[in-house]
Design a protein around this ligand. Structure first.
Ligand SMILES: [Zn+2]
Ligand SMILES: [Zn+2]
Length: 493
């Protein structure tokens, strides 16, 4: 047994519900103490040196395979110009013979463009290269990759390497599928390490992408014990029979109802502010979603769908609302992202018991004056993005996630962004923000009786911090001292 003492343990049941020592037996918390327990208690005593301890953070939306894989490749976020992009790529180690670059944002470099196919060819004449845009909705490849990928349509004769929509999906899918098992496990292992370092003990991860199969599902399911964090798996396909055969309790993830604001493919009820004829794209018909959602719901699968624009959210919400009305069940279907909403849409979400899987860091990246949201949506609609306060006020199950690799997998930064969201009317309290990554997050996977709080009988999943989130003015930079996962202690100092 282990006694952790000299700390403030935030149980996450209510704001001031704390204790000062806890006893762990194996993987579980067995007892909480408000004062120091007697000396004759036979346990290994660990002095936490006035740490503030929270339940281990749970990131409820990641693409851990891609994040892990790209973390083994080139991070292009620090590039200040196109030369930097090419320099960083040229120094990158191949994974299974392929070069990966991620976090590329043409808006952050003065050239305002992607590298061309010939620029990539000069660096890598005979290794396939994939360079993904920061939102994952477009990419650029080199000639070696273009020759290897089995296209369903011929590439144009003036092809410059840039791909979006289906072709983007096809290319990235080819890169992801043509890796050996060892590289796949290595990618998830890298993801788990990154998660642990940022205080997480569980991570929801999408497997496959919107256009892909789920090659890794069984591989990861059979190897879950290799990783220091719990992975909660989402098979990202719409093949219900296959998902039932796999024994997954949920289906979907970032299966796309629409695209992204950055690519002008998020589906809107009113046109884009900077492109008055463009309403974005609904990727599937109402009939497609009706039939998919009804059948998955009837088979008791929890459904998760990527919805960014108000038209996409309305489309999916209509179907969720209908199945819940016809056949109410506690399945906690998910709207992932849920970025642009009206009051009426949120009322509907509450009525149908839908969960909102939010990425507070989207607001930090794209919210505020003259930023991406305002450019593509205008001021009024920007004020209706990432509406944490309005969503929580309606009692909607709301959780926090990073959409890593899109934003950093870092719960403290997410909590900080939620507390200081650009629109002050939508800001939430630090306690509420922590709950998005702990107690609420545990509910999303039906684990609320097991994780997400510090209580007797709960899994010993804890994050020990040098400072208290609830009173800090610098939440994003609080130091993580230790992470405890199922009773195992990882020192991060
Ligand atoms: Zn998504
Ligand atoms: Zn996603």
């Amino acid at each position: 047994m282990i006694l952790l003492y000299n700390a403030v343990f935030h149980k996450m049941t209510s704001v001031d519900d704390i204790c000062n020592a806890i006893l762990i037996d194996g993987e579980k918390i067995v007892k909480l103490y408000s004062e120091l327990p007697p000396d004759n208690l036979s346990a290994t005593r660990i002095d936490l040196n006035k740490a503030h301890v929270y339940p281990g953070f749970i990131d409820t939306h990641t693409h851990s395979f891609e994040g892990g894989l790209y973390s083994l490749g080139a991070d292009l976020a620090p590039a200040e110009n196109l030369r930097d992009v090419l320099d960083i790529l040229s120094q990158t180690q191949a994974v299974s013979g392929k070069i990966f670059g991620y976090h590329f944002d043409e808006n952050n470099i003065p050239e305002k463009r992607f590298p061309t196919i010939s620029e990539l060819d000069m660096l890598f004449p005979d290794k396939p290269v994939l360079l993904r845009r920061v939102d994952g909705h477009s990419c650029v490849i080199n000639s070696c990759a273009a020759k290897s990928i089995p296209w369903d349509q011929k590439l144009p004769s003036d092809f410059n390497g840039y791909l979006k929509r289906r072709a983007n999906g096809r290319a990235t899918n080819w890169f992801h599928r043509n890796l050996d098992d060892q590289a796949i496990i290595k990618a998830y292992g890298k993801a788990a390490q990154i998660a642990l370092k940022t205080g997480h003990t569980a991570v929801h991860t999408m497997i496959g992408d919107a256009h892909a199969d789920i090659k890794h599902f069984n591989l990861i399911k059979d190897n879950l014990n290799l990783f220091p964090v719990d992975f909660i798996l989402y098979p990202q396909i719409t093949d219900i029979d296959l998902v039932l055969k796999l024994g997954s309790p949920r289906i979907g993830g970032c299966i796309l109802a629409d695209g992204s604001f950055g690519s002008h493919t998020a589906a809107l009820l009113e046109p884009y502010a900077d492109d008055p004829d463009n309403y974005g794209i609904l990727y599937h018909t109402d009939e497609f979603w009706e039939s998919f959602i009804t059948r998955a719901h009837n088979h008791n699968l929890q459904i998760a769908i990527h919805c960014i624009g108000d038209a996409a959210i309305s489309q999916i919400l209509r179907c969720y609302h209908q199945v819940q009305k016809d056949n109410p069940k506690d399945l906690r279907h998910e709207i992932i992202h849920n970025e642009l909403t009206s009051d009426q849409m949120l009322d509907r979400m509450a009525e149908a018991d839908i969960s909102s899987v939010m990425q507070p860091l989207f607001d930090r990246l794209w919210g505020g004056d003259d930023n991406l949201y305002e450019k593509v949506l205008g001021k009024e609609r920007t004020s209706r993005t990432n509406r944490l306060r309005s969503i929580l006020n309606r009692g909607i199950l709301t959780t926090g996630g990073s959409d890593w690799y899109v934003t950093e997998m870092n719960a403290l930064k997410g909590i900080d962004a939620a507390v200081r969201i650009h629109n002050p009317a939508e800001a939430i309290s630090p306690f509420e923000a922590v709950s998005l990554y702990t107690s609420q997050a545990a509910r999303l996977s039906f684990d609320e009786d097991r994780t997400g709080m510090i209580l007797p009988g709960y899994q010993a999943d804890l994050t020990c911090l040098a400072e208290d989130i609830l009173s800090s003015s610098q939440i994003h930079s609080i130091k993580i001292r230790k992470v405890i996962k199922r009773g195992e202690i990882f020192d991060l100092e």
